[in-house]
Design a protein around this ligand. Structure first.
Ligand code: SF4
Length: 353
């Protein structure tokens, strides 16, 4: 097998046992008007299925990226996986423990300590009235990890050094730092609870292009050093290509393709994945005939029946409009598409229109 190009992440050594197991995860939002208003204007209930039966297993030491357009359900999944939003259906297990079980109990706190999140906007995610030392020390106190104040201060200094800041920065306020430095503070805070699993929700999209690579490289260095496992949420496919070992593609709340990153970028299978990759001019797809697919994402409140992608798909067949395809195993990939019903990884036929 030939070596991967520099810009594609090599899969780190993993033990093959999933650290994170997401099964049948679903989230429905009720967008209905109040009961009395509905009664008066005769309108019915309105619901939005943001996430629809998603299964994901993430191995220890892996970077699993979720991609998809706005409204695909990426951030809703991230919030459910990290424990910020309860699912409507399905489960999330970390190291075999259900993060939504034993709500509020000590065991749940112990599970939650193992999961942290890095948010998109380092300007909004740090309390502007707290000094950096207090911000980074907060999870250490909250989870009762270090009782002695001096030891805690020393640990904060270690964490700041780990993310490339000066331990003396603990005495400053967030506004005294640049965007990239603030994201480093947010990373130090995330590491303070000694997590195994970190959800990175668009961690560099609010940063200048010049500092994005520095923060991404820091995340990779920390992963190698600390054995971290990442769920990486991004709409930026160039960033995903740089970071991910495996990629899941979402469309209107469903996982439509999952594959090792290298394979997905070299030969995307699902028609929507092809469209997504085609939309980015600097993503090379060697050996893949390019096509452009027109159309807008349908209204998620009333998505198309069958395969949600059918109104935009150039390969649409009559049964695509009525039957939801299962997730077919095709080589190392999983593909939600009737074209792969026989499981054979054949080149897609010419578009029907
Ligand atoms: Fe296109 Fe049908 Fe496949 Fe959906 S199931 S992506 S409509 S071919």
């Amino acid at each position: 097998m030939s070596a991967a190009p520099d810009h594609i992440a090599e899969a780190p050594a993993v033990d093959g046992v999933p650290l994170v197991e997401v099964e049948g995860l679903g989230r429905v939002f009720d967008l209905s008007k109040r009961w009395l208003n509905r009664l008066l204007d005769g309108s019915g209930k309105v619901t939005l299925t943001a996430v629809d039966g998603v299964d994901i297993a993430i191995n220890r030491g892996e970077t699993y990226a979720l991609v998809g357009e706005s409204g695909s359900g990426k951030s809703t999944i991230a919030r459910m996986v990290v424990g910020l939003l309860p699912p409507t259906s399905g489960s999330v297990h970390i190291g075999g423990a259900d993060i939504w079980a034993e709500s509020g109990g000590p065991r749940q706190r112990q599970i939650r300590r193992r999961i942290q999140m890095i948010f998109q906007d380092p300007f909004a995610s740090l309390n502007p009235r707290w000094r950096v030392g207090s911000i980074v020390a907060e999870p250490i106190k909250a989870f009762g990890l270090i009782a002695d104040a001096r030891d805690r201060e020393a640990r904060v200094g270690e964490l700041l050094a780990l993310v490339g800041l000066d331990p003396r920065d603990a005495g400053k306020f967030p506004h005294e730092f640049s965007g990239g430095q603030r994201q480093r503070i947010a990373i130090a805070r995330a590491l303070a609870s000694e997590p195994e699993f970190i959800v990175c929700d668009e961690p560099t999209s609010a940063l200048d292009v010049s500092v994005q690579a520095q923060v991404l490289n820091l995340l990779r260095e920390l992963q190698e050093r600390l054995g971290l496992t990442y769920l990486f949420i991004s709409h930026n496919l160039a960033v995903v290509r740089h970071m991910a070992t495996r990629v899941g593609v979402l469309y209107l709340g469903r996982l439509v393709e999952e594959a090792p990153a290298r394979e997905l970028f070299a030969a995307p299978k699902q028609p929507y994945t092809r469209m997504l990759l085609d939309a980015v001019p600097d993503i090379g797809m060697e050996g893949v005939e390019r096509q452009s697919i027109a159309g807008e994402i349908p209204n998620p409140i009333n998505p198309p029946a069958g395969c949600h992608f059918n109104p935009r798909c150039p390969y649409v067949m009559p049964h695509c409009k009525t039957i939801v395809p299962p997730l077919y195993q095709v080589g190392n990939a999983k593909v939600l598409c009737h074209l792969y019903a026989d499981g054979v990884d054949a080149a897609l036929p010419p578009p029907a229109r």
